[in-house]
Design a protein. Sequence first.
Length: 132
Amino acid sequence: SYGVSGTYTAIAFDGATTANAIPNGGGVALQSHAIEQDENGVTKYRTGSTVSAMQTGKVFVLLDSGVTVSVGDPVWVRHNATGTEVAGAFRTGADGTDAVPLSAFGFKGSWLSGNVTDMDGNNVAPLYITRG
């Protein structure tokens, strides 16, 4: 729907809270429809999966539930999720210790506009990212 299909979240690994926890080549994972879905229809990368990642450019990213973004807001990424939260979802603040700034992963990010709802009903927003 935006040039590439699917919903996009940050590449994050268990316990990833520092730049050193993310390997070179990380970025925003572009969801592939070739990845197997679980019983709820959710696709998840598994160990050994090949991941396509955006390192520079514009991408629509999945936002945490209830988050509203505006141009100029800070860019944070959830690394710890419980309940209905989604690890790798983007937000504008820390939510306690459950999210870190995008800069912790070696990237700069700028919101290009506010929220929109994608064709699957997800809360998303356009983000420009670059290595930083």
